[in-house]
Write a protein that binds this ligand. Structure first.
Ligand code: ATP
Ligand code: MG
Length: 564
C-alpha cells in the first residue's frame, strides 16, 4: 500500500475534486466515495494513466473506501487479454489494490442489452440503416444543425424486432446500428442521436462468440458506473462534452445510482507522446524495443528504466489535479525520481569510459580492501569493502594533459583523492604511438593518506571515483536520452510525430568497468554510480552474476540548456 503522506490532507491543500468529495461526505450525500479506474485494454498504461490511477486509488486510500478496477472492454477488434494482464500488473506495481473490485464492462453485456431494449420501449432508441458515412453527414457540424435519419420514426415493435435480429447476427456488419433518439438540433454533437450499438462480427477476449453486437463506449461507460454504484466518475477534460449524454442515459433509464462525472486536465509531458495509438505505432514499427522499452513513458518502460513507483506517485501528487490543460516539463518527473533514489539507492563506483592508471610505488601483486559507505548520509545502510591494487581505472574525463586552471581533477604533476582511497599524483603519460591518444597514466600514491586525508594537512581539490583493474567487472551500460527531439512531437498535424524521434536516444557502452560487488546486483535493483547518475540492473537482460545496467537518470538536471 502507498504511503498516505504523499497525498494526505495535512500535507497539501485539497484539489477541487477532493473538495467536492469532502463536501458530499459532510452533507451526507454519500457515506463514502466509490471511484474507479476504467482503462480500455487496448495497450499498455502510460504515465498519463498513472495520474488517473493515483487520483482514483488515492481517494480510496485516503477515505478507506473502494476503488474499482474496471476494464472498459467494448471494442474486441483492438483489445487483448495480454493488455489486461499488463494493466493489472502496472496498477499493482504502482502500489494500489482493488481487492475484490475487479470488473469488466463485458460482464454487463446482458444488462446493457436489456437497457437498450428499455430505451427502445421508451421510444428513445431506434435502429438506423444509414451507412457510417451518411450518419456523419447527417450529423451536421458545430455551425449547422443535423438532419434526422429517415429511420428515426420507426415503430417500437419494428425497432424491437430489428434490434433482436441484429443480436441474432442476421445482418451484415455496418448495415445497421442502434441509435439513441435525442436531438438532431442539439448544439452538442454528442447528443445528435449517437450510435449506442454496432454490429461487429469479432470474437471478444472474454465473451468469445456470444455477441455480434457491441455497445459503444459512452453508453457502456455511464451504465457500468451506475451498475457498480460509483459515486464520482472522474475523467479527463475531453469527456466534458460527453457528460450530457452520460446524464441523459442515466436519467432516461432512471438508474438507481447516478454517478457524478467530474473532469480534470490530463497530463501532458514534454518530449513524449501519450496516446496509446501513437505508442502502438512506435512498438509495431520497431522504433523502440517493445512496450517496455526504457525510453518509453509507459509504466512498464519506466519500471524497467528504474523509476521507483514511489517517485511516480510523488510526481502525480506534486503536479496536482486541476481543470486547465497544461504541460509538465520532463525535468519535473526526473526530479521526483532523483529525489527518491537519492534517499534510497546505495552508492557504488563504476567507470563508464575507462583510462588505466598504474600506481608505480604500489607493490606488484599486492591488493587491499578499503571500506566504503553504502550511503554517506545514511549510516544505517552500512558499508562494503572495495579492492585496491596497483592498476586501477578512472574516467577518461577525469584526466587532462593540459588542464585549465579550474580543472580540479588529474593532470601531469597534480594530486587528487581517490574516493575511499589514497591521494595519487600523476607522474607520467603514456601515449599510443599510432594514434597519439593517451593509453595510460602513471601515478604514485601516498600510503599515509589511506582513508582520504593527509597527516601533514595538505589538501587536494578533487575526489574521483575509480575501480581496481584486476578486480573490476565489465558490464554493458545503456544510456538513454529523450526519445524525441522536440518538446511537443504532436504539435504540427502535418508532420508525422515519428519524424521527431531522436536517433541518438540509446547509447550502449560496453567497455565500462564496475566495482566487483555489482556482480551481485539483482534485476531491478538501483544504485547511484557515484558522479555518474542512478542506474538499475535491467529486469529482462540479466544472467546471474552478469547484470546489464540502465541509466535511470543523471545526477543533475541534464535537460536544462546549460548542461547540453
Ligand atoms: P490514450 O489516449 O492514451 O489512448 P485513453 O484515455 O484512451 O488513453 P483509457 O484506457 O480509456 O485510455 O484511459 C483510462 C483512464 O485514464 C481514463 O479515465 C482516462 O481519462 C485516463 N487517462 C488517459 N490518459 C490520461 C492522461 N494523459 N492524463 C490523465 N488521465 C489520463
Ligand atoms: Mg479512451
Amino acid at each position: 500500500m502507498t504511503d498516505s503522506t504523499e497525498n494526505s490532507p495535512e500535507a497539501r491543500p485539497l484539489d477541487f475534486i477532493r473538495q467536492i468529495i469532502a463536501e458530499d461526505l459532510r452533507t451526507g450525500k454519500h457515506q463514502h466515495p466509490v471511484t474507479r479506474f476504467p482503462p480500455e485494454p487496448n495497450g499498455f498504461l502510460h504515465i498519463g494513466h498513472a495520474k488517473s490511477i493515483c487520483l482514483n486509488f488515492g481517494i480510496a486510500v485516503e477515505n478507506n473506501s473502494p476503488c474499482h478496477m474496471r476494464f472498459d472492454d467494448t471494442n474486441p477488434s483492438k483489445e487483448e487479454s495480454a493488455y489486461v494482464e499488463s494493466i493489472k500488473k502496472d496498477v499493482k506495481w504502482l502500489g494500489f489494490d482493488w481487492g475484490k473490485n475487479l470488473f469488466y464492462a463485458s460482464d454487463y453485456f446482458d444488462r446493457l442489452y436489456d437497457y437498450a431494449i428499455q430505451l427502445i420501449k421508451l421510444g428513445k432508441a431506434y435502429v438506423c440503416e444509414l451507412s457510417a458515412e451518411e450518419i456523419r453527414i447527417y450529423r451536421g457540424t458545430l455551425t449547422e444543425p443535423g438532419k434526422e435519419s429517415p429511420y428515426r420514426d420507426r415503430t417500437i415493435e419494428e425497432n424491437l424486432d430489428l434490434f433482436q435480429r441484429m443480436k441474432a447476427c442476421e445482418f451484415a456488419e455496418g448495415s445497421r446500428v442502434l441509435r439513441a433518439k435525442i436531438d438532431m438540433n442539439s448544439p452538442n454533437l454528442n447528443m445528435r442521436d449517437p450510435v449506442i450499438y454496432r454490429i461487429l462480427k469479432v470474437a471478444h477476449h472474454r465473451t468469445g462468440d456470444k455477441w455480434c453486437i457491441y455497445p459503444m463506449y459512452d453508453y457502456t461507460h455511464c451504465l457500468s458506473d451506475a451498475i457498480e454504484g460509483i459515486t464520482h466518475s472522474l475523467c479527463t477534460l475531453e469527456f466534458e462534452d460527453h457528460r450530457p449524454l452520460y446524464d441523459w442515459c442515466l436519467d432516461t433509464l432512471k438508474t438507481a445510482c447516478h454517478p457524478r462525472q467530474i473532469e480534470f486536465a490530463r497530463l501532458n509531458l514534454t518530449y513524449t507522446v501519450m496516446s496509446k495509438r501513437k505508442i502502438l505505432q512506435l512498438v509495431q514499427g520497431n522504433y523502440v524495443a517493445g512496450w517496455d522499452d526504457p525510453r518509453m513513458l509507459t509504466i512498464s518502460g519506466l519500471r524497467r528504466r528504474g523509476y521507483p513507483a514511489s517517485a511516480i506517485r510523488k510526481f502525480c501528487a506534486d503536479i496536482g489535479i486541476g481543470k486547465k490543460e497544461s504541460w509538465i516539463d520532463m525535468s519535473v518527473l526526473e526530479g521526483a525520481v532523483r529525489d527518491d533514489l537519492n534517499e534510497t539507492a546505495p552508492r557504488a563506483m563504476a567507470v563508464l569510459n575507462p583510462l588505466k592508471v598504474i600506481i608505480d610505488n604500489y607493490p606488484q601483486g599486492q591488493s587491499e580492501e578499503l571500506e566504503a559507505q553504502n550511503h554517506p548520509q545514511r549510516p544505517e545502510m552500512g558499508s562494503r569493502t572495495i579492492p585496491f591494487s596497483r592498476e586501477i581505472y578512472i574516467e577518461r574525463e577525469d584526466f587532462m594533459e593540459d588542464p585549465p586552471k579550474k580543472f580540479f581533477r588529474l593532470g601531469p604533476g597534480r594530486e587528487v583523492r581517490l574516493r575511499y582511497g589514497y591521494f595519487i599524483r600523476c607522474v607520467a603519460v603514456v601515449k599510443d604511438v599510432a594514434t597519439g591518444e593517451i593509453a595510460a597514466i602513471h601515478c604514485t600514491y601516498d600510503p599515509e593518506t589511506r582513508g582520504g586525508s593527509a597527516p601533514d594537512g595538505r589538501k587536494v581539490k578533487g575526489t574521483i571515483h575509480w575501480v581496481s583493474a584486476a578486480h573490476a567487472i565489465s558490464c554493458p551500460i545503456r544510456l538513454y536520452d529523450r526519445l524525441f527531439l522536440t518538446e511537443n512531437p504532436d504539435a504540427d498535424k502535418n508532420v508525422d510525430f515519428k519524424e521527431h524521434l531522436n536517433p541518438q536516444s540509446l547509447t550502449t557502452l560496453d567497455t565500462c568497468m564496475l566495482e566487483p560487488s555489482l556482480s551481485k546486483a539483482q534485476p531491478g535493483e538501483s544504485f547511484q554510480f557515484e558522479r555518474n547518475g542512478y542506474f538499475c540492473a535491467d529486469l529482462i537482460d540479466y544472467q546471474p552474476g552478469a547484470p546489464v545496467f540502465n541509466r535511470t537518470v543523471t545526477l543533475k538536471d541534464s535537460w536544462t540548456k546549460t548542461d547540453k
